[in-house]
Ligand binder design. Structure first.
Ligand SMILES: Cc1cc2nc3c(=O)[nH]c(=O)nc-3n(C[C@H](O)[C@H](O)[C@H](O)COP(=O)(O)O)c2cc1C
Length: 368
């Protein structure tokens, strides 16, 4: 029996329903999966979003940034809140605080490899002591009424054994309600080929939903991940940063067997505009402009003259300036499309973009 008392059955029914519809989920990503980006991905077909991880100490101290990260607007649903920390009691307390924000569920980060996190006993450091991880997860499960899930990796590194399959069973045994497996080791960071077979093996052992994560860069990858692992959901990280259309593309393929054409040049520019405006409304300028930049290069990929547009955008920190650069790019694109012989300019753009779908390994961003 949960220490937290009676649970809300409607929440649990919704939780089960989420994973019966083969969700394509936006991964938690620090400084990326914020409210603005979640809204944008949802609009482009993401079934479910997870907040960037929130430090439990910050949350318990009432730190403004941590509070902002767990604040969910009415339309921001279904969204799970992810927390991280090294102390089981503090994680349990923080989960109870996060629960007040009414997320779809609480996710515990047991996969972040970054030294400033794992070096302090949080994130992937839990993989060093699977029994401690299981005991910690039980404390969190017992502290809240909401479903609790864990996101972790297959193991620490090549020299260690991969504890994930046994761990899945043990976490299920203490009441964890779903497991996300980033199918790389902690040593791999976020590059290199993930091994989805661990997700399949874990899935074969447990009844709870298992979500496969790592290296899903296209709709075809998403479909293959479901097929090869038998998992209940797929989670997409880096590819969404540059190509949020991946959610619609995956849904179309999974639900209707349809291969969507990539976004047109106009749609790409429109998304740059929309994201910039939303971030400036949310954070003001220049911060809202700067934090959109990591997305813009990807959104513009394949567009004629994209390199120059990117360069100009990187030098500009006002919204008005960026909008003017985009308007000019759009005008040039329309002129080129109107030139005789260029009727298929959008198709060319889309082909280039699809061909570049596997180029997303070059991200230099922090990864957990
Ligand atoms: C910029 C960035 C920030 C991340 N932050 C988090 C985080 O806060 N919590 C987490 O569990 N994983 C985090 N991750 C890892 C992703 O959730 C995901 O597991 C990883 O990128 C593998 O998926 P992918 O191959 O689709 O990118 C982050 C990854 C990136 C690239």
């Amino acid at each position: 029996m949960s220490l937290a008392g009676a649970r809300d059955e409607a929440v649990w029914t919704r939780f089960s329903a989420l994973f019966s519809a083969r969700p394509v989920i936006l991964a938690p990503m620090e400084d990326v999966s914020d409210a603005v980006f979640r809204a944008l991905c949802r609009q482009h077909g993401a079934s479910l979003c997870v907040t960037e991880f929130v430090n439990v100490e910050g949350l318990l101290r009432g730190c403004r940034i941590a509070r902002r990260k767990i604040t969910l607007d009415a339309g921001d649903t279904p969204t799970a809140i992810q927390i991280y920390g090294s102390n089981p009691e503090r994680l349990a307390e923080a989960a109870a605080v996060a629960e007040e924000a009414k997320p779809a569920y609480i996710d515990i980060n047991c996969g972040c490899w970054v030294p400033k996190i794992a070096g302090k006993g949080a994130g992937a450091a839990w993989l060093r002591e699977p029994s401690a991880m299981v005991a910690m997860a039980k404390m969190v499960v017992d502290a809240v009424k909401l479903p609790v899930t864990v996101k972790t990796r297959i193991g620490l590194g090549p020299e260690s054994h991969m504890p994930i399959v046994d761990l899945a069973e043990r976490l299920e045994g203490v009441g964890v309600r779903a497991l996300t497996i980033h199918c790389r080791t902690a040593k791999m960071g976020h590059s290199g080929d993930p091994d989805w077979s661990y997700a399949r093996r874990a899935k074969e052992r447990v009844k709870i939903p298992v979500i496969v994560n790592g290296g899903i860069k296209s709709a075809a990858d998403a479909a293959r991940a479901f097929e090869e692992t038998g998992c209940d959901g797929v989670m997409i990280g880096q590819r969404a940063i540059e190509h949020p259309w991946i959610f619609d593309e995956a849904r179309a393929l999974l639900d209707r067997g349809e291969h969507l054409a990539g976004p047109t040049a106009q749609e790409r520019i429109a998304l740059c505009r929309e994201h910039l405006i939303a971030n400036v409304v949310a954070r003001g300028a220049p911060r809202g402009v700067c934090c959109t930049r990591r997305h813009l290069a990807g959104y513009l990929k394949g567009l004629r003259g994209a390199g120059e547009v990117r360069r100009q955008l990187n030098l500009c920190d006002t919204l008005e300036g960026c909008l003017a650069i985009l308007a000019e790019a759009e005008r040039r694109g329309a002129e080129q499309a109107a030139e005789p012989g260029n009727e298929h300019v959008n198709e060319t753009v889309n082909e280039t973009v699809n061909a570049s779908a596997s180029e997303c390994e070059d991200s230099t961003l922090l990864a957990c």
